[in-house]
Design a protein around this ligand. Structure first.
Ligand SMILES: [Zn+2]
Length: 122
């Protein structure tokens, strides 16, 4: 495996779990060598600038390699030991934003409901 291939594989990962799978794949390919001191993933690619998949940057990025809106890719050492953990959202009391109702007339034509949340609208 060369740098270009590894970078491409990482770039083509479409989500957080795919990214972790990719990193594990690269790691296992690298370890399948006769060399007694195989290359590490972080020697092949810059693991401190992996793609992220949306959501806010976590406040603390120590040991956090990537993230999406709801999860963080965390861990140390081998990628096989890294995992995807739900973000700790307990600090905030965020409520779902109010629904921007989209009114749809009911089949009988006498009422309306919201296409998004299903609430009955008058
Ligand atoms: Zn609604």
């Amino acid at each position: 495996m060369d740098k270009k291939t590894a970078k491409k594989m990482i770039k083509c990962s479409e989500n957080l779990s795919q990214l972790l799978e990719t990193l594990r794949t690269i790691e296992s390919v690298l370890s399948e060598t006769d060399d007694c001191d195989p290359l590490r993933v972080d020697e092949l690619v810059d693991v401190t600038s992996l793609p992220t998949y949306g959501g806010e940057d976590p406040e603390n990025t120590v040991g956090v390699w990537s993230w999406d809106e709801t999860s963080l890719l965390v861990g140390e050492g081998s990628w096989a030991d890294c995992s995807i953990e739900p973000r700790d959202l307990s600090g905030g009391h965020e409520e779902d934003p109010p629904c921007n109702h989209r009114s749809v007339t009911t089949p009988d034509g006498h009422g309306a409901y919201c296409e998004i949340c299903g609430e009955t609208l008058s």
